[in-house]
Design a protein around this ligand. Structure first.
Ligand code: NAD
Length: 315
């Protein structure tokens, strides 16, 4: 059945992939985005587009009219911005989520929202299960944890069914390699395919759990279906990860191999405060949301490189 979904932050990296998937399923899609990092050209014509901030309560009310569910992805997804502009990022990253819930109080519909592995901080427990201690090390992570707490309130006090997804390191086409906040994969892909050296901070043995954007979209859609059908507890939070650790050196070598060359790695001093290992436990999400096997890293990297090859960079 065709339904209308609202996607906040739909012009961004993850949001634009979700929008494409929803449209392909025959749904109608409304996007609210202030284009601070998102791009209008990431969205097809078929989308109803509202340009503005999720912190604008009147605009959010208009955006919520007639929707069957909301995917809340808009955020200032940057630890660095949280340091430079603590209060302003808090207003968007936590205040924005509450504005979304406020707009839905009078007519509750399910909300699937983006949380982050940043809620765990430097976890001693590996792989990190949903029950691991939450010790965020940044304003960004603290706000994402706050989102989870307010989502519980939205459910218990206001009857809004919610489901939070803690994304680990998401990668794939449309992650802007020129952005100072883009992931290590975008930067490595861009440099290694051009035959340029890459900088690795520290010894390169630090590991991350890299999850391909298509798998994240599958989790978002399964979460919405699960919450609508009542199959998933309506205030749950799950990891979205692969359960596979990849070191930064291994990542550089794999990308270089896909480009048909050896990686020219320049080691730089370790960054202060960088987390050594991040590895998620995907089992709970797989069981609750019926998710399949994650996309193998080589396959996801090949798709990302292919996108870079075929997409001319715009100034
Ligand atoms: N990419 C990752 O690895 C990752 C990991 C964990 C969590 N997340 C979360 O996933 C979500 C999507 O992240 P992304 O990687 O696609 O980042 P992104 O920056 O590409 O997308 C965020 C979108 O939100 C929009 N936005 C920002 N502030 C807004 C505001 N005030 N009003 C309206 N729109 C606003 C931006 O323009 C952008 O289109 C975010 O909530 C982010 O915190 C991402």
């Amino acid at each position: 059945m065709s339904e209308m979904f609202l996607v906040t932050g739909g012009a961004g990296f993850i949001g634009s992939h979700l929008v494409a998937a929803l449209l392909a399923e025959g749904h109608r899609v409304r996007v609210i985005d202030d284009l601070s990092t998102g791009k209008r050209e990431n969205l097809p014509e078929a989308v109803e587009f509202l340009e503005g901030s999720i912190t604008d309560a009147a605009l959010m009310h208009a955006a919520a009219a007639g929707i069957a569910g909301c995917f809340h992805l808009a955020a200032i997804a940057s630890v660095e911005r949280g340091i430079e502009a603590w209060l302003a990022t808090h207003a968007v990253n936590l205040g924005g989520l509450i504005t979304v819930f406020e707009a839905l109080r009078s007519r509750p519909v399910p909300v699937v929202y983006a949380s982050s592995a940043a809620v765990y901080g430097d976890s001693a427990e590996l792989p990190i299960t949903e029950r691991a201690a939450k010790h965020p090390l940044s304003a960004y992570g603290a706000d994402k944890l706050g989102c989870e707490q307010h989502a519980l309130v939205a459910h218990h006090v206001h009857g809004i069914p919610t489901l939070g997804l803690r994304f680990f390191n998401v990668y794939g086409p449309r992650q802007d390699p020129r952005s100072p906040y883009s992931g290590v994969i975008s930067i490595f892909c861009e440099r290694l395919r051009a035959g340029e050296p890459v900088a690795i901070f520290g010894d390169g043995a630090q590991t991350r759990d890299f999850v391909f954007v298509a798998d994240v979209v599958a989790a978002l859609r399964a979460a919405m279906s699960g919450i609508k059908s009542g199959d998933v507890w309506p205030a749950a939070v799950f990891n979205v990860c692969t359960g596979r650790a990849t070191s930064v050196c291994e990542l550089a070598e794999t990308i270089a191999g896909l480009c048909g060359r050896r990686a020219d790695i320049r080691f730089a001093p370790a960054r202060k405060g960088e987390i050594r290992h991040s590895l998620g436990a995907p089992e709970a999400a797989r069981a609750a949301l019926g998710l399949g096997e994650p996309t193998p890293l080589r396959q996801g990297l090949a798709a990302t490189l292919n996108w870079l090859e075929t997409t001319p960079l715009k100034p």
